[in-house]
Design a protein around this ligand. Structure first.
Ligand SMILES: [Ca+2]
Length: 281
């Protein structure tokens, strides 16, 4: 078990769907063969509050790191194949979104557009279940492999913008520029997939149990070990150094653990408007 909180001292987000967002209703659909696949999807939570998702295509990548700066739990670097497209949150879940579903806001750093934090992995499961009950849309946390694949966006470098940490401030709220607090989501540059705040702001829960190191060999649609003591947390947070907010960097905390450096983003599980399967394991 590895629990290393290092960043912890002690609102209405209208995340507006981008102009490129495509919302296809249940009725009046065009045939799948001629209907363009949406690049984004949204789930309405009521009162104008929406969860916005970015489509990620299936593919293979090298997960983890054998870099000299990496930790042992990032090894061995290994090929991972994700066989299904998926939709991942364009932003971290905000306090407005959390409040809309849960009726209270546990965050230490208050702000409607700021990411919710001080939520445990188990708290997140309740949020996800309530969203599904309310909207009929199935959502989850990302698997650790989905998170890293979406984060890298094809980049094998330490960060998805390269190997030089001095560009970090353009992409992330971390120890050097955060002022010791979270910030509204989506204010820094996105990665090549159009996803924001993967590094810093809040670290993000994933579905997987933590194990160190990775199993050897190539894997397809990995979901982590069947059991464990702590759940994966990715991306680093507002108090971290760049080295601890790399694409391959892993952290973990117990599923009941909650602190002001950990939040989450969602993955949309239900079938795409084209009818193609994209249910993840
Ligand atoms: Ca983050």
């Amino acid at each position: 078990m590895r629990v290393r909180p290092r960043f912890f001292a002690g609102a209405v987000v209208a995340v507006i769907a981008s102009a490129a967002a495509v919302r296809i209703e249940a009725d009046g659909r065009a045939p799948a063969a001629i209907r363009p696949l949406p690049k984004t999807e949204t789930i309405g939570l009521g009162a104008g509050v929406v969860l916005e998702f970015v489509r990620v295509e299936p593919g293979s990548f090298i997960m983890g790191s054998d870099l000299e700066i990496g930790d042992a739990d990032e090894t061995p670097a290994h090929r991972v194949t994700l066989t299904r497209p998926f939709y991942i949150g364009k932003y971290e879940v905000t306090q407005e979104q959390w409040l809309r579903i849960m009726g209270k806001n546990p965050s230490a750093f208050k702000g409607a557009q700021q990411p919710v934090e001080s939520v445990s992995w188990n708290d997140c499961q309740e949020f996800l279940a309530r969203v599904t009950r309310k909207t009929g849309r199935k959502i989850s946390l990302p698997t650790e492999a989905q998170w890293e694949y979406a984060c890298r966006a094809g980049a094998g470098t330490r960060w998805n913008f390269g190997d030089r940490a001095d560009a970090m401030g353009e992409y992330a709220w971390i120890g050097q520029n955060s002022g010791g607090t979270t910030h509204p989501v989506g204010r820094k540059k996105p990665n090549a997939f159009g996803i924001y705040d993967l590094y810093g702001n809040v670290a993000e829960w994933c579905t997987d149990w933590y194990a160190n190191p990775y199993p050897k060999g190539e894997v397809t649609n990995p979901t982590g070990p069947p059991s464990g003591m702590s759940k994966i947390v990715r991306g680093g947070a507002w108090g971290d150094d760049p080295i601890n907010a790399r694409s391959a960097y892993r952290n973990a905390d117990g599923p009941d653990g909650a602190n002001n450096g950990i939040g989450f983003r969602c993955v949309l599980l239900d079938e795409s408007p084209s009818g193609e399967p994209r249910r993840v394991p």
